[in-house]
Design a binder for this molecule. Structure first.
Ligand code: FAD
Length: 431
C-alpha cells in the first residue's frame, strides 16, 4: 500500500505542495516521473531541455536513494504508465500539483478518470504560482486582463502564508523503502546527450543591481531563473521570499508577470492560438518564408536582431529586452504571424513557458493583454544604441558587424513601419 507523488513541473523534494500532502497521507510515498511520449516524440533529437530534465531526475532519484527509497521513472503515454503502475503496486492515492496548460489539463482529466474508476483518489495542489485561477480577481468576480491592477491586487493579497515553505523534510522518513529502480537513458528515449552547463539556482547576488541593469543585454544582470521556475527545480515561494527579503521589488514584479500570464492562459486558453484581442486575428500577415528563415538564422541585417537570434540558437537563451526587439521586428517589420515566432521560440528556449511565451509574443505584436500600442514600433537601431551603446552584446553574438561590410537590412525601417501601420489599420478598422 503506497501513495504516489507524480512529479511533472515540480522536480524537487523541498517545499513541494503535493509531496508534502502525500508524505502526510499515512502511506509510504513513491515519487513517479513519466517521460511523456506525446511531448517528447515530436522534439528534435538534440534538445537541451530534455537533457536538463533527465539530469535533474537522476539527481532527485539519487537524493531519494540516499534516503533508502527511489523514484519510479517511466517512458510512455501517461495513461499507459499509470496502468502499469496500478498493476504493479497497491496505490491508495495519487498526489500532484496543478498544471494550467491546455494539454496538461486534458491529460490530468483522463488520469483522474482512470484512477477514480478504480476507486483511487487523485489529489491536486497549487504549487507553481503564488496565486492561481480565481485567487486574484476583480471585485465583480471576473479575471483581470490588464497587468497593473492585477499586480496591485496581487500585492495586497500577499502575506507570509502564501510564501511559506512546505516543510517536506520533516516527513522524509515516509518515503517508500526500496532498492534503487532503473530509469530509461536519454538514448533509449531517442535523445542525444549534450555537454551543457545549466545556470545554477543561486540568484540572490543578482538582485541588488537588477532594477538598474536588467535592460542591458551585455550586462548579464538577470537571474536565469526561467528554466528553474519552468521545471520547478526552484520553488516559486522560495523565489518570492528571496525577492521580499532583498527588497527586490522589480524582480518580484517579474514573478507577478509570470503568475499573470498563467492566470490568463487558465481563463482564456484560446490565447494559445488566437489573438487575445480578436480583431488582430484579421491582420493580413505577409508570412514570407525566406524572410522568416533569415530572421531565424540571424541574417536580417539589423545587428541587435541578428545578435539576439544567434544567442538563442547557440545557447537556448535570449535576453528579455532583445526578445522584445526580435518579436516586434518579426511581427511588425516583416509582418510575419506571431504564431510562427512563438513556435520558433518554443522549440529553442530553455526557459520556454507556454503562458509567458504566448503572452510575450502577443504583447510584442500588439494583440495581447496590456500590449504595446500597435502604432508604437521598436526601431531596432535606436534600441541597440540605447541598450547596447558599445556594441558589446552585438559583437559577442554577431561578430560579423565588427567588419565594415555586412548584409544590408532585409527591409528599410521607415518603409516597414508605414507598411505595418497600413496593414494593421486595415485589420483593426474592419469591424
Ligand atoms: P529575470 O529578469 O531574472 O526574471 C525572473 C523571472 O521572472 C523569470 O525567470 C521569469 O520566470 C519571470 N519573468 C520575467 N519577465 C517575465 C515576463 N515578461 N513574463 C513572464 N514572466 C517573466 N519567459 C519565460 O519564462 N518563458 C518564455 O517562453 C518566455 N518567452 C518570451 C517571449 C517574448 C517574445 C518575450 C518578450 C518575453 C518572453 N519571456 C518568457 C519573458 C522574459 O523574457 C523571460 O522570462 C526572461 O528573459 C528570462 O530570463 P531570466 O530568468 O534571467 O529573467
Amino acid at each position: 500500500e503506497i501513495s504516489i507523488c507524480w512529479l511533472r513541473r515540480d522536480i524537487r523534494l523541498e517545499d513541494n505542495a503535493a509531496l508534502h500532502a502525500a508524505l502526510k497521507s499515512g502511506y509510504p510515498v513513491l515519487p513517479l516521473f513519466i517521460f511523456d511520449k506525446a511531448i517528447l516524440d515530436p522534439l528534435p533529437k538534440a534538445d537541451r531541455r530534455v537533457v536538463f530534465i533527465h539530469r535533474r531526475i537522476q539527481d532527485v532519484k539519487q537524493q531519494l536513494e540516499n534516503l533508502g527509497s527511489s523514484m519510479l521513472v517511466k517512458y510512455g503515454l501517461p495513461q499507459d504508465s499509470f496502468q502499469e503502475v496500478l498493476s504493479e503496486c497497491d496505490v491508495k492515492g495519487v498526489y500532484c500539483n496543478h498544471d494550467y496548460e491546455p494539454y496538461a489539463k486534458e491529460r490530468d482529466t483522463k488520469i483522474s478518470a482512470l484512477l477514480h474508476a478504480q476507486g483511487i483518489p487523485f489529489l491536486t495542489y497549487k504549487d507553481q504560482v503564488i496565486f492561481e485561477k480565481a485567487e486574484v480577481i476583480k471585485a465583480d468576480g471576473t479575471p483581470y486582463t490588464v497587468f497593473t491592477p492585477y499586480a496591485k491586487q496581487w500585492k495586497i493579497k500577499l502575506n507570509d502564508f502564501y510564501v511559506k515553505a512546505y516543510p517536506t523534510e520533516k516527513y522524509f522518513g515516509m518515503f517508500f523503502k526500496t532498492d534503487a529502480f532503473a530509469m530509461p537513458s536519454l538514448q533509449e528515449m531517442g535523445f542525444e546527450n549534450m555537454d551543457i552547463t545549466f545556470p545554477g539556482v543561486d540568484f540572490s547576488g543578482k538582485l541588488a543591481s537588477y532594477e538598474l541593469r536588467r535592460d542591458y543585454p551585455a550586462d548579464d544582470a538577470t537571474s536565469y531563473m526561467g528554466l528553474h521556475l519552468r521545471f520547478g527545480t526552484i520553488s516559486i515561494r522560495e523565489a518570492a521570499r528571496t525577492a521580499l527579503t532583498n527588497l527586490a521589488e522589480k524582480w518580484l514584479s517579474e514573478l507577478i508577470w509570470r503568475d499573470f500570464y498563467m492566470m490568463i492562459l487558465y481563463h482564456f486558453p484560446q490565447v494559445r492560438n488566437h489573438a487575445f484581442k480578436p480583431a488582430y486575428d484579421r491582420i493580413q500577415w505577409r508570412n514570407n518564408e525566406q524572410e522568416f528563415e533569415a530572421w531565424c538564422q540571424g541574417r536580417t541585417g539589423y545587428p541587435i536582431v541578428d545578435a539576439g537570434m544567434q544567442q538563442l540558437n547557440q545557447t537556448g537563451f535570449m535576453h528579455n529586452r532583445v526578445r522584445m526587439v526580435v518579436a516586434s521586428f518579426l511581427t511588425k517589420h516583416l509582418l510575419i504571424d506571431w504564431r510562427w515566432g512563438e513556435a520558433y521560440f518554443a522549440e529553442k528556449l530553455l526557459d520556454y513557458e507556454l503562458a509567458s511565451n504566448v503572452g510575450g509574443w502577443q504583447w510584442a505584436c500588439g494583440s495581447g493583454n496590456d500590449a504595446a500600442p500597435f502604432f508604437r514600433v521598436f526601431n531596432p537601431e535606436l534600441q541597440a544604441k540605447k541598450f547596447d551603446p558599445k556594441n558589446v552584446y552585438i559583437y559577442k553574438w554577431a561578430p560579423q558587424y565588427k567588419q565594415e561590410k555586412h548584409d544590408p537590412p532585409i527591409v528599410d525601417h521607415a518603409f516597414a513601419r508605414d507598411r505595418m501601420l497600413r496593414v494593421y489599420k486595415a485589420a483593426l478598422n474592419d469591424s
